[in-house]
Ligand binder design. Structure first.
Ligand SMILES: Cc1ncc(COP(=O)(O)O)c(C=O)c1O
Length: 402
């Protein structure tokens, strides 16, 4: 019998998506009839706007879309993405610099696979979204964490980045607005970081998927526009999922210098070929339409954001800086760890999250999933009543900690 491992070392090293796992667990308990409230989901609770759905229906009826199309994306969609990028970010690119992917996730994987050789280091600001480490690892890259906390609103400084830079550093991953913290860098901060990266010859992979979800005077700045000299070394990841409530449609994209996009397209041509044409035509309607649907969602998210932060900060032992973007709050629960609660003494945020799911039937994602134990991520992309009920259950339970 072969003694070789059944699963390769490369794939064994990949862990389950913690956020999807929490969401699945909460949904399973709910399906069993329990009134679970889930703060785990990373998706808008709104349906995709009708005009987008209609475009998909029409595409499904068109025989042209029943066949393979170019692996890198429908030409009209690539053109529309280039136009949208100019409209929203002031960044001018050719359609040939766009690769249409199966969601932002595939764009993240392809960006790192295309840029990294084994041993290349990537600076990643923690807390970070759970998918990045796996994509970097799979590409043979080495993640170097730059850890931030609530005292700076989870923003990294140039000094911190410089302290983490070595001669092996190839890429800085820049994410603003951030999942999981909701942190948004100002134009000045974005420019300072971009300039530092340019001066040091670094590449930037920037994830702009939450560009339209910023609140209370915060402004989204594309690092590609803030520092034009980065153009030859910046890769933008984006998609329709969060802006148009289209998480299930699976359309994202990558924008970069032509050689990078061509190489990434070669990879995709063997891995998955073109994204579903029906979904691409839906995305075309989305990006070439106006932004009124996201404006409506933003208003609802802003209201929920303010309610959630206020309610969380009223809980003794919980501290939540104000998130400025995306749809997540990222409170510290460090003061609660080690205290007695319902006969147990949770020592980590993961244990505390488990106890909360069992005792209060509320699902939150522990900070362990984002590289910083001692925190929770709570999505506020859920209805106002559920949000209030969920945080109130949390408050009632946590008040018992002593
Ligand atoms: C920061 C960030 N980037 C990218 C994505 C990927 O989105 P999708 O693959 O659904 O387009 C997500 C989804 O949660 C995200 O939070």
């Amino acid at each position: 019998m072969s003694t070789r491992p059944r699963i390769s070392a490369r794939i064994s090293a990949i862990s389950e998506s913690a956020t999807l796992a929490v969401d699945a667990k909460a949904k399973a308990i709910k399906a069993a009839g329990r009134p679970v409230i889930g703060f785990g989901a990373g998706e808008p609770d709104f349906p995709t706007p009708d005009y987008i759905v209609e475009a998909a229906v029409a595409a499904a009826r068109d025989p042209r879309f029943h066949k393979y199309t170019p692996a890198g994306g429908l030409p009209e969609l690539k053109q529309a993405i280039a136009a949208k990028t100019l409209r929203d970010s002031g960044y001018e690119v050719e359609a040939s610099q766009v690769l249409v992917t199966n969601g932002g996730k595939q764009a993240v994987y392809e960006a790192f696979a295309t840029l990294l050789d084994p041993g290349d280091e990537v600076l990643v600001v923690a807390p970070y979204w759970t998918t990045y480490p796996e994509a970097i690892k799979l590409a043979g890259g080495v993640q170097v964490d730059v850890v931030t906390d609530e005292t700076t609103g989870y923003l990294a400084s140039v000094e911190q980045l410089e302290a983490a830079r070595t001669e092996r550093t190839k890429v800085l991953l820049f994410v603003s607005p951030s999942n999981p913290t909701g942190a948004v860098y100002s134009r000045e901060q974005t420019e300072a970081i971009g300039r530092w990266a340019a001066d040091n010859g670094l590449w930037i992979v920037t994830d702009e998927i939450y560009e339209h979800l910023v609140y209370g005077g915060a402004e989204f700045t594309s690092i590609a526009t803030a520092v034009p000299e980065l153009a030859d070394r910046v890769v933008i990841v984006n998609g329709v999922a969060k802006t148009y409530a289209m998480t299930g449609w699976r359309v994202g994209w990558l924008i970069g210098p032509s050689d990078v996009v061509k190489a990434a397209t070669n990879l995709q041509s063997h891995a998955t070929s073109n994204v579903s044409n029906v979904a691409q035509m839906a995305a075309l309607a989305a990006v070439s339409g106006d932004l009124s649907a996201v404006a409506e969602m933003r208003e609802a998210f802003d209201r929920r954001r303010q309610a959630m932060v206020r309610l969380l900060n009223e809980i003794p032992g919980v501290f939540c800086p104000e998130p400025k973007g995306a749809f997540y709050a990222y409170p510290s629960v460090k003061e609660l760890l080690g205290k007695e609660l319902r006969g147990r003494r949770p020592q980590s945020s993961a244990e505390l999250a488990e106890l909360i799911l069992k005792e209060a039937e509320v699902a939150v994602v522990p900070g362990e999933a984002f590289g910083t134990p001692g925190y929770f991520r709570l999505s506020y992309a859920l209805g106002d009543d559920d949000l209030a009920e969920g945080v109130s259950r949390l408050a009632k339970l946590l008040a018992e900690a002593h």
